[in-house]
Design a protein around this ligand. Structure first.
Ligand code: G
Ligand code: MN
Length: 385
């Protein structure tokens, strides 16, 4: 989130006497100081407006400084946070660094240190803002303009806290589970959305590595999946070029006959020169191929021609509100008919309401995935029919 410049400083400490003393010092230096006595109160201050710098104690009753710092990073990647502690430990300092602390200071602070550190933090905050603006003007995407080291650190953490969620795909008429889609998740607070993790990996040149991790983890967990269910795994188009994917000795390849690889329609396959040959090789290993997000992409028929998918997944956008939109109904009905003729299975994604489900069924669809049946969760949850 991009914030405007302010002269506001937030001071957090459960020691009211110290708080007043620090406030006096910083006010004399021209800062507009807000105070809070614990992490919870500090979070409330944060909701009320942005700060140029945050100075917080670590050890406070209830919601302490580290939890607060984590919350801050979910909202704002740039605001410098200075943490203070009277009892330093290796563990807290490591975590503080992971959550992007600006400086870790020992209490008691002397006035000069406080003033100097806040001043320096504020200047760096301004610089971070200017860098974002410069890059925005240069037409680059603004979201990832923290420096590479910061991104590396966050990505490393995201990688360590990575886990796979699974969402069932159901055969509606039979009221049974058809398969599960593996979906990437991370507990790292600044990189939770799968799209953000993938984007970070792409920027850091680590996409292949991430893909390998996802496939290994998913294959490992598939041991707990019902034996008649298929496992759906997302592939980034560029991963098709990874030779490791074609290695028959990987845990995923060993269960290939139960695996459907989803390639999204959102990205073009243009970068992969021998996409068709590679897909052929995957088929030889026993994998099936799905086109993901059909209806969301701009791709014409190229992806179909190159992939010859076994399965087609209709995008959320075609499903949303279909019960009230005859145009969507007729598109889906025609698509389903064509896919039948081509020998391709159709899965409708993002089914959220019974009305959508029924409209899709009326259009001939039977395989559904969506919150109506189950959310993506740890483990292989049974859907609600
Ligand atoms: O691009 P892909 O189809 O792989 O994305 C699947 C994503 O859609 C997952 O992140 C999942 O959390 C989300 N999702 C799954 N079911 C639903 C749903 O019913 N509604 C919405 N809005 N999103 C869903
Ligand atoms: Mn998918």
């Amino acid at each position: 989130m991009q914030q405007a410049e302010t002269n506001r400083v937030l001071l957090v400490d459960d020691d009211a006497v110290l708080l007043r003393a620090y406030k006096r010092v910083l006010t004399q230096e021209g800062w507009a100081v807000e105070t809070a006595l614990d992490g919870l109160e500090a979070s409330q201050r944060l909701q009320e407006g942005a700060f140029e710098v945050i100075v917080s104690d670590i050890n406070m009753p209830g919601y302490g400084g580290l939890g607060f710092l984590r919350g801050v990073r979910e909202r704002d990647l740039d605001v410098p946070v200075i943490l203070m502690t009277g009892k330093p430990t290796v563990d807290t300092s490591v975590r503080a660094i992971e959550y992007g602390v600006f400086r870790y200071l020992l209490k008691p602070l002397n006035q000069d240190t406080l003033v100097e550190t806040v001043g320096r933090a504020a200047r760096l905050h301004k610089l971070a803002r200017l860098k974002r603006r410069a890059l925005e003007i240069a037409g680059t995407e603004g979201r990832w303009l923290g420096d590479r080291e910061a991104l590396e650190a966050r990505y490393k953490r995201a990688n360590e806290l990575l886990w796979m969620a699974f969402q069932p795909i159901v055969a509606w008429r039979e009221r049974r589970v058809f398969g599960y889609e593996a979906l990437l998740r991370s507990d790292e607070p600044t990189l939770t959305a799968p799209g953000d993790i993938l984007e970070a990996a792409t920027r850091l040149g680590r996409l292949r590595e991430l893909g390998r991790i996802i496939r290994a983890k998913s294959a490992e967990l598939a041991r707990h999946m019902p034996s008649d269910a298929r496992l759906f795994i997302n592939l980034h188009a560029s991963e098709l070029a990874d030779d490791a994917l074609l290695d028959a000795a990987t845990p995923l390849a060993r269960i290939a006959s139960r695996v459907v690889l989803e390639v999204t329609e959102r990205e073009s396959l243009e970068g992969v020169s021998d996409a068709s040959a590679r897909v052929q090789a995957l088929r030889k290993l026993g994998f099936q191929i799905a086109i993901d997000d059909l209806g969301a992409g701009y791709a014409g028929l190229t992806s179909f021609a190159q992939l010859e998918p076994d399965v087609v997944k209709l995008d959320n956008t075609l499903v949303r509100g279909i019960d009230a939109l005859p145009k969507k109904q007729s598109i889906v009905q025609s698509m389903k008919k064509l896919c039948d003729e081509l020998g391709m299975l159709v899965i409708a994604e993002g089914v959220e309401t019974p009305a959508e489900r029924d409209a899709l069924a009326a259009a001939g669809c039977n395989l559904f995935q969506g919150y109506l049946f189950a959310r993506p969760e740890r483990g292989f949850t049974a859907p609600a029919f």
